[in-house]
Unconditional design. Sequence first.
Length: 355
Amino acid sequence: MSPEFLAELKGRGQLVTDYILNYPAIAQIAPDYLREGVTFYVRKGGKRLRPALVMWACELAGGTTEMALPAAAAIELSHTWTLVHDDIIDNDDLRRGSPSMHAYYRQTWRDQVGEENLESWSRNLAMLVGDIQQALAISMLNTSKSIDPAITQWLVNNLTTSWTTEVLNGEMLDMEFSIQPWEQVSEAQILDMLDKKTASTLAWCGRAGALIGLGKLDLENQLVKSIETICRQAGLAFQLQDDILGLLGNEAELGKPVGSDIREGKKTIMAAHVYARTDAAGKELIKRVLGSRAASSLDIKEVTDLLVQSGGVDYTQQLATGYIQQAQALLANLPDSPAKQYFKEWIDFIIERSF
């Protein structure tokens, strides 16, 4: 990524962080340890790609940063509550290089609660944090005063029904696939799950921003549809690349445990592709290790080597590249603007990123 793009992304991220941390309703949250939790992930930082997409999409459609800021903050906080809950479901103690929400509460409440009740206490607190974040996101959408009320109403309804349902459907499928035999889960089903769980959020960013910039509720507008599709295709590539990095990346750079997807038994395109083509020994290795919380470092390495040497990683990379090429072709047809250049650099970053 160019220094200019990094500076742009950092600037957009700071706008959203400031908006969330200074949002008036935050100060009303009590007790203080619950308020601390609501802003915990926000204060950790992050790439802030999703809110940046809302703002860039808005500008591509003729709007301004200020118009898009409430919606950008809303989707960032919505994404955050899904991370808080997802970390509980996945038993992940690390997020963005430091403790996940429930792990943080486990550390800070150990002396007051005691070991017997500590786990349930910390998870319950984290769940409440996510619930408050969801409510705040809806509130933020309703504060927009510079856009058509019809768009605001659509955004609220869509976020609370279509988007939430789709994302949680994807999460549920991810959980369901982890306990199903490999023979019962196809690559097409996994791609559908990834589309719901990850790509749908980026598609929402593109559509929401474009509608705000357009200034009218026209869901069939070609520019709106193109931006939404660009974000969805790039979102699929993003998740496929994320799965690769979850296998081969650097834990310090990623800010989450490498190999955790294997221990959780997540059905990835890489593993599904290899399982369908490997021999009996390879199938047995995948069945034995994927989904085993007790999998050793050696077990993880054996599976990793199998997925690499049997072409699973290359195949997944090719799929991701295909989605990127589709997004790039659509983007090329849009009017030139600074926002279009930011989209281009973001799409390039997805396929090249190492974190």
